[in-house]
Design a protein. Structure first.
Length: 177
């Protein structure tokens, strides 16, 4: 039996300028009730390098550091059915309420996807109902399952997040359609 799982609330505030989206937390993250909790997931290593939000900080402190830098964090899926942690096992996806997030955080101008699955779900389930333009960037997944991309290439790609937080709303949009 494949169980129904649910994502976490977003971490954002009215000053958020960029949004990082995953697809759905993995088994370890759900167990710990923390985004990117698997010890081999590189997400918090990237956030440490970019913003000083590393694993040495308590989880709530890491989220606060990201918010302080204008970085919001969430998942595309509100809930789904999935066996294990692999995105490819996701079925019956229900999308999060992005209208409410973008209303609360109107300065978000760039959405970064932590892997292809998050971008695919967003394109299919959110973009048709999106009433604003923004830039979309697909980054290599920080998941340990994404071993085909070197850590050096991942780090280089993820530096775009740091650059984007200093940009303002109205920068050139890219379509996911």
């Amino acid at each position: 039996m494949i169980g129904k799982i649910q994502s976490f609330p977003f971490s954002a505030d009215k000053c958020s300028r960029v949004l990082i989206l995953g697809s759905m937390p993995g088994v370890e993250s759900l167990k710990q009730q923390q985004y990117y909790a698997h010890p081999r997931n590189l997400f918090w290593d990237m956030m440490d390098e970019l913003f000083g939000a590393g694993r040495e900080l308590l989880y709530e402190e890491r989220l606060a550091v990201l918010r302080k830098h204008g970085v919001a964090l969430w998942d595309v899926a509100h809930s789904c059915r999935r066996k294990g942690s692999l995105d490819s096992n996701m079925t019956k996806v229900e999308v999060n309420n992005f209208r409410n997030l973008f209303k609360m955080a109107p300065q978000i101008h760039t959405v970064f996807f932590n892997g292809q699955k998050a971008a695919t779900l967003f394109r299919k389930l959110v973009v048709p109902n999106l009433d604003r333009s923004m830039k979309f960037v697909i980054l290599p997944s920080t998941s340990p399952a994404n071993a085909s991309v070197s850590i050096a290439k991942k780090k280089a790609a993820w530096k775009q997040v740091r650059a984007a937080v200093s940009q303002t709303l109205g920068s050139q949009s890219e379509s996911l359609r």
